[in-house]
Structures are given as structure tokens and as C-alpha cells.
Design a protein around this ligand. Structure first.
Ligand SMILES: [Zn+2]
Length: 371
């Protein structure tokens, strides 16, 4: 039954979302000139406290976020009480990166300037002064290795060795922080705001017009474990703040059955460059308007240590294929897809179970909250 929430392509996913959303709320579209993939979003309720669930910033993560939102519309939206909907507006933003979803890429192509841009490293960055862009010099240490010719044995070992060597000097972690120097490198944040990023901010601005608080959760896959033998997936809420921070405390208070994961590295500011959650805080938070942000992550990696190694290798291989052969080789493509969006039905069901627990306990806790 549940498999029906998952779609095969963007058109089907959007159709599913649209049909259900129009039954329960105010369905709106964000469109942009010359852009093929409109972003639908739905507002359910009209309370001043906004709860936004967005999906599909990363195309390679497939239709999990879309499926979770379709499940929300099918099973939860119709059960929300008038009292709750007077206090809260629930907003689902469906598939921000439609191109990536269709082309099974995490990023989008910047047709004007070249490069593959990770939308979640492109938010809130000031591109007006290229010399003042955020710096991540340690990324360069890994770049050539990541983009070297695919080789399942030698390259894998070399990346494993690189991790071992640079686990404690920050260079291994730096690969995923975001960078603005290598357009075809991994986690590239771009050279200008991308259309999808402008559309996303337009949607949040629309929602926050009369907002008195914002709780925003992005749906993602790729971080954490998938125990294939038992068919179990990890689910965690990454809050990108240390444990002793009001953002972490807010979510820990709301959620009991979902692990809330703080980030102690974020003591002196954001760890990831140009990501949405930090951008939302900078844009809307005031002493009167609290903003709480997090990313919900469904695990996909079978081996805790090897999983990030495989993921970085697959991403680098895809770049190598694109730059040298003009297209991604089918084996690379399959590896890339499986490591972010496993085809195993137990994974898909487990991922939806995780989203179900997140949604139901979120709503249960919000109901209890007296505002
Ligand atoms: Zn993601």
C-alpha cells in the first residue's frame, strides 16, 4: 500500500502532491521564467505559527521527501483540529530541486556560468563580491583525488587513506562543508543565487508574511545507517547547533521518539556554508519571532565508515564521467542512486515509518503546547 506514495518521476510526484494538497489546503505554485520545474506548496490552516516541511533540495535523494509529504496529506492533514489550525499553519514545500530529481543528481547545472551547484550550499551567500566569498581552503586537498578516474579498488583505497590521514586535521570534514572555488568539485555552492534558491526564499517570504514563529524541517536521505539484513533505517533530526542551544532544546522537547542530533562544532557559528537552515534563522529570527530549523535524515549507508567514502567516490566518479565522457556511466549512476536512495522496499517502508513517527509526534507535541 505504502509504496504508492513513492513516485517514479517528478511529474508523477507533483501530480500526486497537487491532487491531495488541493483537498486539504491552499495550494500555491512558485514559478520562474525559463524554469521547467515549478515548485508547488500547500498551506494548511491559518495560524501565525508556521511549521514548514520542505523536500527535494537534493535530487539524488529521490522521492522519499515527496512520499513522506504525500503520506502527510493522505493520513494526517484531514485529522488536524480547527483549534490547532487556528494556532498553526502547516506548509509542505514539494521538491525544490525538480531538475536534480529528474536527472538523479544532487545538484543543478548552472547553465550560464558552468558548474554543478549544490542548492544547500547556495542559500544566503553574498555573491556580490567574489573576493569575499566564504573560504574553505582544505577542500582543495581532496579535489583531484575525488575527481580522478573511477576505479573501484584503487580509488576507494586512496579515499580511505585520505580519510585516515585527514580525519583529525579537518580536511576530510571540509569536503562536505561547501566550497566556491571548484565549479565541478563536490558540494560546490555556486557563483550566484540559483533560481531554485530564489524560489525557495520567495515561498518562505510568502509564508512568513504574517508569521510569529517558524519551525522548518527539511527532509533528506544519505546520512546514517540502513541495516539491510534487518531492514532497519536510522532516522535523526540534525539541528546544526550545540546541545545547549535554544534550537536544540526546542526540538528535543518536541520530539521523544526521534533522535535529535546536536552539532558541537557549531559553537561559533554555522558549520555548513550556504545551507538553508542557517539562512532561515538569519532572515526571519528576531527577539519576537523565534525560528527553529532542522534537517531530518533517513540513513542509507550499510557500513558506518565506508558509507561516506563510497558516497564521495560516487559523486566524484559522476563528475569524472560528465567532464570526460559527457555523460554519467550507467554503473556510476546506479552506485550513486543506490547510495542515496536505495531501491530496497524495506528501506522505503522504513523511511516512511520514520517520517510517520516524526510527523505524528510533532503534531501531538504542538497540540499540547499552550501558546
Ligand atoms: Zn540532502
Amino acid at each position: 500500500m505504502r509504496r504508492s506514495y513513492f513516485s517514479e518521476n517528478w511529474f508523477q510526484a507533483t501530480e500526486q502532491f497537487m491532487q491531495r494538497a488541493s483537498q486539504f489546503g491552499d495550494l500555491r505554485w512558485c514559478v520562474a521564467d525559463g524554469h521547467d520545474f515549478d515548485i508547488p506548496y500547500v498551506l494548511i490552516g491559518n495560524g501565525p505559527n508556521k511549521v514548514v516541511i520542505n523536500s527535494g533540495i537534493h535530487g539524488i535523494e529521490g522521492y522519499f521527501g515527496s512520499a513522506a509529504q504525500n503520506m502527510f496529506l493522505d493520513k494526517i492533514a484531514g485529522t488536524l483540529s480547527p483549534d490547532l489550525l487556528r494556532r498553526y499553519t502547516f506548509v509542505l514545500v514539494h521538491v525544490i530541486n525538480g531538475w536534480g530529481m529528474q536527472n538523479r543528481m544532487r545538484e543543478v547545472v548552472d547553465k550560464k556560468r558552468g558548474g554543478l551547484v549544490d542548492l544547500n550550499r547556495n542559500f544566503g551567500v553574498d555573491f556580490s563580491r567574489p573576493n569575499a566569498l566564504p573560504q574553505n581552503p582544505k577542500y582543495a586537498l581532496a579535489h583531484d583525488l575525488l575527481l580522478s578516474p573511477p576505479d573501484a579498488v584503487k580509488k576507494k583505497q586512496a579515499i580511505k587513506d585520505f580519510r585516515q590521514k585527514h580525519l583529525h586535521d579537518g580536511a576530510w570534514d571540509a569536503i562536505s562543508y561547501g566550497q566556491y572555488t571548484h565549479p565541478y568539485g563536490l558540494f560546490y555552492g555556486g557563483a550566484a543565487p540559483m533560481t531554485e534558491n530564489k524560489m525557495t526564499m520567495h515561498i518562505y517570504d510568502d509564508v512568513m508574511r504574517d508569521g510569529e514563529s517558524l519551525t522548518s524541517i527539511g527532509l533528506h536521505t544519505g546520512l546514517g545507517r540502513f541495516d539491510r539484513k534487518r531492514g532497519r533505517v536510522s532516522r535523526q533530526l540534525l539541528v546544526s547547533h550545540p546541545a545547549k542551544h535554544k534550537n536544540t532544546e526546542y526540538f528535543s522537547d518536541l520530539l521523544v521518539a526521534t533522535t535529535v542530533v546536536p552539532d558541537e562544532r557549531a559553537k561559533n557559528g554555522p558549520v555548513l556554508l550556504g545551507d538553508l537552515v542557517d539562512c532561515l534563522e538569519a532572515r526571519y529570527a528576531t527577539p519576537e519571532i523565534p525560528v527553529y530549523t532542522a534537517d531530518f535524515e533517513i540513513g542509507t549507508g550499510e557500513f558506518p565508515i565506508m558509507s561516506p567514502i563510497y558516497k564521495r567516490m560516487d559523486m566524484g566518479d559522476a563528475r569524472y564521467d560528465l567532464l570526460n565522457c559527457g555523460q554519467i556511466n550507467s554503473e556510476t549512476w546506479n552506485n550513486l542512486t543506490e547510495s542515496w536512495y536505495p531501491s530496497d522496499m524495506r528501506w522505503r517502508n522504513g523511511a516512511l515509518d520514520g517520517a510517520w513517527i516524526l510527523f505524528t509526534e510533532l503534531i501531538h507535541s504542538l497540540k499540547q503546547k499552550q501558546k
